[in-house]
Design a protein around this ligand. Structure first.
Ligand code: IMP
Length: 192
C-alpha cells in the first residue's frame, strides 16, 4: 500500500480526490500526518504555489505528496485575479467582494473571456510531476446562481448558458478545471 499526502486543509477537495483513488493508494490529509503548519503561498504562478506545498511536505516528512493551486484568469485583465483569486479585493475568501471588483473592472469591457486553471504538483519518490486542468468561459455582467463557491456565480463555461453556480456539484465536477487536473493525476497514479 502506497501512502500519498494531499497538502490541503480543504475537506471537500480531499473527499473529491479520495473518491477517485484506487485501493492501492492510501490518501492522507495534513491532519492525518499531524501537520498543522501554515504553508505560505508566496509564488507568483499556480505552478510555484502548488510546488511549494508538495515540496514542503515531502522535504519535511519524506512522504509522497501533491499540492494544488487554482484560480480565475481574465484575459481583459491580463490574467488577473490569477494567483490572487482568493483575496483579490483584500480580505481572504471574501467572494462577494472579489466578484464585485471583477465586475467593476470589466464594466465597460467587451472582451469577457476567462478561464479557471488548476495546477497540481506531485512529488513522487523525489521527482516532481505537474498536472493541469483548464475550463474556458466568459464573465457574466451579473451574478447568477447560488451553488458552488468563489467566482462560480459570474463564470459561464463555454457550451453552456448557465453559470457554474447554477450547476449541480456533480455537473460542475464533470467539467471543472480541478476535475480535469485530478483526472490526469489519477491516470498517473494508476501506473505507479
Ligand atoms: P484554490 O487554490 O483551489 O484554493 O483556489 C483559490 C481561489 O480561486 C478560490 O478562493 C476562489 O476564489 C478561486 N477558485 C478556484 N477554483 C474555483 C472554482 O471552482 N470556482 C470558483 N472559484 C474558484
Amino acid at each position: 500500500m502506497y501512502q500519498l499526502v494531499f497538502a490541503t486543509n480543504n475537506a471537500h477537495k480531499l473527499e473529491e480526490v479520495a473518491a477517485k483513488i484506487e485501493g492501492r493508494i492510501q490518501l492522507l490529509s495534513l491532519n492525518d500526518i499531524n501537520c498543522h503548519d501554515d504553508i505560505a503561498e508566496t509564488g507568483t504562478t499556480f505552478r510555484e504555489n502548488a510546488s511549494i506545498k508538495s515540496h514542503y511536505i515531502y522535504n519535511k516528512y519524506r512522504i509522497n505528496c501533491f499540492g494544488d493551486d487554482s484560480g480565475l484568469e481574465i484575459d481583459a485583465l491580463n490574467g488577473e485575479p490569477g494567483v490572487y483569486s482568493a483575496h483579490y479585493a483584500g480580505e481572504h475568501g471574501n467572494h462577494a467582494a472579489n466578484m464585485a471588483k471583477v465586475l467593476e473592472k470589466l464594466s465597460s469591457e467587451i472582451n469577457r473571456t476567462a478561464r479557471f486553471r488548476t495546477v497540481i504538483s506531485l512529488v513522487w519518490d523525489g521527482e516532481e510531476h505537474f498536472f493541469e486542468g483548464t475550463v474556458e468561459g466568459t464573465i457574466r455582467h451579473e451574478l447568477s446562481g447560488t451553488a458552488g463557491f468563489g467566482y462560480d456565480p459570474i463564470f459561464q463555461p463555454d457550451g453552456y448558458n448557465i453559470t457554474f453556480a447554477e450547476m449541480t456539484l456533480a455537473e460542475k465536477n464533470q467539467i471543472s478545471h480541478r476535475a480535469i487536473a485530478v483526472e490526469k493525476l489519477i491516470e498517473f497514479l494508476k501506473k505507479v
